[in-house]
Design a protein around this ligand. Sequence first.
Ligand code: PBG
Length: 337
Amino acid sequence: MLNIMDKMLFPQPLLARHRRNRKSASVRALVAENSLSPSDFVYPVFVMEGTDSEEPIESMPGISRKTIDRLLQELIELQELGIKAIAPFPVICDSKKEPKAKESYNPLGLMPRCIAQIKAAFPEMIVMTDLALDPFSSDGHDGVVSLSGEILNDETVEILCRMALCHAKAGADFVCPSDMMDGRVGAIRLSLDESGFTSTSIMAYSAKYASAFYGPFRDALNSAPKAGDKKTYQMDPANIIEAVREVRADIAEGADVVMIKPAGPYLDVISKVRAEFNVPVAAYQVSGEYSMIVSAAQNGFIDRSAIILESLMGIKRAGAKMIWTYFAKEAARLLRS
Ligand code: PBG
């Protein structure tokens, strides 16, 4: 009998053959270090005024802006799929936008109505709301813009606190400041607590980068900045030490969950934050990440289903416990089959 060692094929006896742990689907499942589950996903949706209608978003094929009643129909499907959290983003008409974003805390506005109707019909569904001025501001910035074009930190934080209270009163489970102003988490925590909303959670977009991957989202809400960019508040993609500093501050101010955004191009940041802190980490696979995958698949360049799951697994493996993703429903269906 041929003895492979006699052939001196390897310099040493090959005792560790790593491929044994990959030899069949069952073995691979037994040794898998990470897994995806529908309960990992948060589904971002775009809500608009009106009844029984929806409008497709051109730069996000497969995603539409929907009226609240249509959204409620979609929630039945989400619940069946085992998805536990939804994040509604409002499409506000231009006539309601002004520099101070007053519509953002109108108790009769689109957001509080949407939150209340979701919680009334689906009390178990976790509703997470974004806090930032851009959908409501005529300037299209996350904060108040001064006459000289500067984004005013403290004036913005005051508005964010009102917005957080408005969402909490309507029944939001999590408020999620995405504005990157300094000190907003602590200020929001204090205003929520003073009004008795001690159990409303805060998920802070702690390390939110000034990213071109948000382009399709800004089309969806018609919320792009009218002038300038967001680089004086959102982070420089070159930085990671700064992300750690932002996360540390948000945790000290009372954040229950910290988020890294975008996700795919920032896996190192997710991994570092996961290693250094003991709070759940969220990551947002943003609109541009969605649209890149969808358009490459439409061209037949990549395998859509496989890439959706692989992109999400990469984010999970990096250390995110929850993933905001426009693929939530599709991924949940893929995981089931
Ligand atoms: C609002 C906000 C943005 C996104 C989430 N919240 C846009 C921005 O900061 O410009 C982007 C999400 C996505 O691209 O999917 N501040």
